[in-house]
Design a protein around this ligand. Structure first.
Ligand SMILES: Cc1cc2nc3c(=O)[nH]c(=O)nc-3n(C[C@H](O)[C@H](O)[C@H](O)COP(=O)(O)O)c2cc1C
Length: 232
């Protein structure tokens, strides 16, 4: 694929709200989920969870949780993107580090660096400090040296950044496969959680309906590039 093809792909993808009932081929769906898996994430922590909902009855219940947005009932497949608030737990993180090291994705030096950073950035109470003390540490340290905000205290924000990158991969891959999607933030997260019996550690980030477009023939617009770009 060259840049022309890529531009054509991103410019022709649209949010589609009318779907035909034809099912999404299993093999294609698998490839879309794979494309999602290969999205980047901070420290390669891979917090995204993809809940695939094809069952009609369950989609009917999701439709209600998604504020009666009809695409949730019409599309043959709905994927609920969540982020795992416990993605940094020690055993799991050690597994990722070992995989990365063995594959040559990171070196020993980087491994030992992030082995220290991740528990500090994500855990709420290292070094015997309570969460509040740690929260106060950031502005205090910032007076002395550049200090990042800690995911520990804005976990849902951190998760949203990670999960949305995968969701975009998913939507572009679907479009490349001739399928249509619509991303949705119009849902009641408490009800989505109940319908899918999600663990408490998962935050619902985005719901995406997937299927074959019923032919709305929509176009799209964007504000001019000058309103996006700020030269410094
Ligand atoms: C984070 C996010 C949430 C959205 N939520 C909804 C939604 O709940 N319902 C809906 O019909 N469209 C939703 N949309 C679709 C937008 O309305 C649509 O992407 C936008 O109008 C631009 O159109 P395009 O996707 O065709 O380029 C959402 C889009 C994004 C990125």
């Amino acid at each position: 694929m060259n840049l022309d093809d890529f531009e054509q792909l991103v410019r022709s993808r649209r949010a589609v709200r009318r779907f035909r009932p034809d099912p999404v081929p299993e093999e294609t769906l698998g490839r879309l989920l794979e494309a999602t898996r290969w999205a980047p994430s901070g420290y390669n922590l891979q917090p995204a969870r993809l809940h695939v909902v094809r069952d009609e009855e369950l989609r009917g219940r999701l439709f209600t949780a998604c504020l009666d947005q009809k695409q949730v009932r019409e599309a043959p497949c709905v994927v609920v993107f969540t982020g795992d608030r416990k993605c940094f737990r020690a055993k799991r993180f050690a597994r990722i580090l070992a995989m990365d090291l063995e594959a040559g994705a990171i070196n020993e030096q980087y491994k030992s660096f992030i082995s220290q950073i991740v528990p500090l950035a994500f855990g709420r109470a290292p070094l015997g400090l309570g969460g509040l003390a740690k929260r106060l540490m950031v502005p205090a340290m910032r007076l002395l040296k550049p200090t990042p905000d800690l995911p520990a205290f804005q976990m849902d924000f951190w998760l949203a950044k990670q999960v949305m990158l995968g969701a975009m991969n998913f939507m572009l891959a679907a479009h490349a496969a001739g399928l249509a999607t619509v991303p949705m933030e119009g849902f009641d997260p408490v009800r989505v959680r109940q319908v899918l019996a999600l663990p408490r550690s998962e935050t619902v980030i985005l719901v995406v309906a997937l299927g074959h477009e019923a032919g709305e023939g929509l176009t799209k617009t964007r504000l001019p590039l000058e309103e996006y770009v700020v030269e410094h």
